[in-house]
Write a protein that binds this ligand. Structure first.
Ligand code: AVJ
Length: 322
């Protein structure tokens, strides 16, 4: 791999968006996609192994148990595009089921080149598969896949792991409508969504006892220090997780434990923090089944089927573009 991993976002873009988020009136904010540089992606892989973070294992159980069932809903010839491939481990379960009936073109779309590379490695031995990775934003990548599809071929879009939860409410519907517009009627979306559960369970999933999620969150500041020549002192910020009752979302914050001034030279920026002021770094919305139903219908899909896990409330839902 080349060292492009750390410059996925053209630096000026990164600088611009960091500047915009940190100079905003009221709540300071950094976009959660910036959590996934090479180190952040590796830390997220560790998060998926934490006892408190049941989400990934729930989805793996669903896919290993029901992949055959899911595939039965699909027509003979489908190409598969995935938004945010991660390591490819979960996808493998589904692709194996598909490969029993056809050769498969698989297009992982990822802004993290390190994740893209590990996904390609993970699936390397699957002879029935051709993998074309796209280092793009989701919808840009999907437009490209849609343009390449063969005549008469259906698309199956995978959007797993409850990444949809990273959108604010309202923004998720808008995103799904945009996605729907790229698809043809009869194409499919397989959406993984983490469901509402006991508040303590949700909080612990994002505030684990080993401190891996704290490191994942704080890594964003090291990334800004490194890429934008900033002087965030990591010891002066703490990882904080809250459940926002109004939006029914977990929120990750980095809270300043001192009154301080931080310089971000690469964004030509000097920021004041008051004691206790926070930067909002991620929203992880938790869904209800009714809400998913409404989201499907509101964005031009017809929900075809839903699979649940018996141990951790999580839904895998298959939608058809209507
Ligand atoms: C990858 C966005 C699904 O929201 O649960 C995990 C990211 N952040 N722990 C999530 C995450 C902190 C994760 N998603």
């Amino acid at each position: 791999m080349t060292d492009r991993a750390s410059t996925l976002v053209i630096p000026s873009d990164f600088a611009f968006l960091v500047r915009e988020g940190l100079t905003r009136e009221g709540q300071k904010e950094l976009l959660s996609k910036f959590l996934y540089d090479q180190l952040g992606s590796a830390l997220f892989d560790v998060i998926c192994l934490l006892p408190e973070y049941g989400l990934t294992r729930a989805e793996e159980r669903i896919l290993s148990r029901h992949a055959g069932d899911i595939v039965k809903h699909l027509p003979q010839s489908v190409a598969v595009a995935e938004l945010g491939s991660g390591t490819g481990k979960k996808t493998r379960l589904l692709l194996e089921a598909l490969c029993r009936r056809q050769t498969v073109s698989y297009y992982p779309i990822e802004i993290s080149s390190s994740a893209l590379a590990s996904c390609a490695r993970e699936l390397n031995d699957m002879r029935c598969l051709s993998v074309v990775g796209l280092e793009r934003e989701y919808l840009d990548g999907l437009l490209e896949v849609a343009a390449r599809r063969a005549e008469g071929q259906r698309l199956l879009v995978l959007f797993l792991g409850s990444t949809i939860g990273n959108f604010d409410r309202g923004a998720n519907g808008k995103f799904l409508k945009q996605l729907r517009r790229i698809l043809w009627e009869g194409d499919f979306l397989l959406l993984g969504a983490d469901l509402e559960k006991e508040v303590d369970t949700m909080l612990a999933a994002y505030d684990d006892s080993l401190g891996v999620t704290a490191a994942f969150n704080l890594n964003l500041l090291t990334r800004i220090n490194r890429e934008l020549d900033a002087d965030f002192r990591l010891g002066q910020f703490t990882h904080e997780v809250i459940f926002n009752q109004r939006t029914r979302s977990i929120e990750m914050h980095l809270r300043s434990s001192a009154e301080q001034v931080v310089r971000v030279a690469g964004a030509d920026l000097t920021i004041d923090f008051t004691l206790g002021e926070s930067i909002h770094t991620e929203t992880c919305h938790k869904f209800s089944l009714e809400e998913l139903q409404q989201l499907a219908q509101g964005s031009g899909f017809r929900p075809a089927s839903t699979w649940l896990d018996s141990q951790w409330p999580f839904a895998e839902t298959l939608w058809v573009a209507a």
